[in-house]
Design a protein around this ligand. Structure first.
Ligand SMILES: [Zn+2]
Length: 107
């Protein structure tokens, strides 16, 4: 089953855009989120498994932020890796075709 990632996603009352970028290539991050800009950036320099886990990781950060769940970074890591493993086991693959590739300077 293919999961088509949209270029925008709503969490609570907030709309975050999603983009692929190599702006994070020199970092340890598979992805990053900026709550002020309402953007998730997926690191194009990573293998598919890390891109997918990174998207889930940043979505958990957004849910944590919007709903004030008080999760710590290690909690987010455990949840994103666990969900990624389950989705992989279910055979869910990701279609990135709706996600733009952008060259931006991530603040
Ligand atoms: Zn994180």
């Amino acid at each position: 089953m293919k999961l088509k990632v949209p270029n925008e996603i709503r969490v609570g009352g907030h709309v975050y855009s999603i983009a692929l970028s190599n702006d994070l290539k020199d970092s340890d991050c598979n992805a990053a989120v900026n709550h002020r800009l309402k953007v998730i950036v997926i690191n194009t320099d990573r293998p598919e498994s890390q891109k997918i886990e990174g998207l889930g990781h940043e979505l958990i950060h957004i849910v944590n932020h919007v709903y004030n769940c008080n999760l710590e970074e290690d909690d987010v890591r455990r949840l994103s890796e666990g969900l990624f493993q389950v989705f992989s086991q279910l055979g869910i693959e990701v279609d990135w075709s709706a996600v733009p590739v952008k060259e931006w300077i991530f603040p």
